[in-house]
Design a protein around this ligand. Structure first.
Ligand code: TXA
Ligand code: MG
Length: 324
């Protein structure tokens, strides 16, 4: 676990234009000084991410918001007060200090205050904003431990702050508050139900359809193994069939079938609690990869609460793969 000396060292790396992997409550991020366009560009090189894909600026507190965006609508103010620090990202009109490198050329910027003691200590010591995408190669599974970061990025990152396993486990919920009606761009750690409760109005549910913003390709969050999604009751039978036809099959077995004997290469019974499932999801996918599975059979949880974020990630993991 990172100590005070590590925090100071990491802040120095950021000031010198370097890259620091930092823990947040959602996933580990690959951070750079948000106001240093050269450092920000290095993030894209290291991740292999197209430069048009916008990043999230992490701030040390909600009181910093006004300094980073052009204007703060009432809805944004309300959501920031209610959910920060926490797994909520707000898309607002870009303030002048945000370089276009960080926003993929957009005139809007995504901002959040993470709820992790190590991230908050780093942001306080550094003083500025830190742009950080998830600390994985483009399109791959997001890291939820410092070990995952080392496995993903190795020496390409200047310093890794270890903050233990992430407690939420899926990325932040992204809400666009630039228009008249707020809309969810990505389901995540704050549920739609919680947002609607705070706002006193219904929100549009994000579709699993075509790309909505740069950086939301159908294939994302993907393990090496191909992922297929089937009805919960068919997971065991489909998996055994694929195993018999020569695949090395990994199974994410729905909690309601716990105890079933499934003749496959590797199996994880997913937790019945959506919070525990979200926390474990990326680790499960990594484990099945590490065990050499070439096919993962899974099903979608009910799409309510945190189940929406889990279902969104599984759909994208099962989506058509990037080529080139
Ligand atoms: O939980 C999280 O959000 C993690 C941790 C590290 O904070 N970060 C994360 O970053 O998931 P990343 O880069 O993997 O995903 C950020 C997504 C982009 O893919 C893009 O879809 C969206 O945020 N985004 C960023 N800026 C945007 C903008 N101006 N308008 C719309 N979407 C934006
Ligand atoms: Mg990501």
């Amino acid at each position: 676990m990172a100590g005070t000396g590590d925090i100071e060292k990491a802040a120095g790396v950021l000031r010198a234009g370097g890259l620091v992997a930092l823990p947040t409550e959602t996933v580990y991020g690959l951070g750079a000084n948000a106001e240093d366009p050269v450092a920000v560009s290095r993030i894209f090189q290291v991740k292999g991410r197209p430069p048009s894909h916008p990043l999230i600026v992490h701030l040390g507190g909600a009181e910093m918001l006004d300094a980073w965006v052009e204007e703060v609508p009432q809805t944004a103010r309300l959501l920031a007060e209610r959910f920060w620090p926490g797994p909520l990202t707000l898309v607002l009109r870009r303030g002048r200090r945000v370089p276009l490198e960080a926003t993929g050329g957009l005139q809007t910027v995504a901002v959040r205050v993470p709820d992790h003691p190590v991230a908050l200590a780093l942001l306080a010591a550094f003083g500025g904003g830190v742009t950080a995408p998830s600390a994985n190669r483009f399109g791959a599974v997001s890291p939820t431990t410092a070990d995952h970061v080392h496995a993903e990025l190795g020496d390409a990152v200047d310093f890794v702050l270890d903050g233990g396993p992430c407690t939420v486990g899926v990325e932040s919920t992204i809400v666009d508050v630039t228009g008249d009606a707020p809309s969810i761009l990505r389901p995540g750690g704050v549920t739609r139900e919680d947002l609607e409760g705070a706002l006193g109005r219904r929100l549009a549910v994000p579709s699993a359809g075509p790309v909505r913003v740069p950086g939301q390709h159908p294939s994302h969050y993907a393990p090496r193994a191909r992922v297929v999604l089937v009805e919960p009751a068919k997971v065991a039978a489909e998996a055994e069939l694929a195993q018999q036809s020569g695949h090395r099959v990994g199974v994410l077995l729905p909690a309601s079938f716990a105890g079933a004997a499934v003749k496959v290469h590797a199996m994880v019974t997913v937790p019945g609690s959506m919070a525990a499932y979200a926390r474990g999801l990326y680790g499960f996918l990594r484990d099945l990869d590490r065990q050499g599975c070439d096919l993962i059979v899974a099903s979608l949880p009910d799409e309510e609460g945190l189940g929406s974020a889990i279902a969104n990630r599984l759909r994208r993991a099962a989506g058509p793969r990037h080529t080139g």
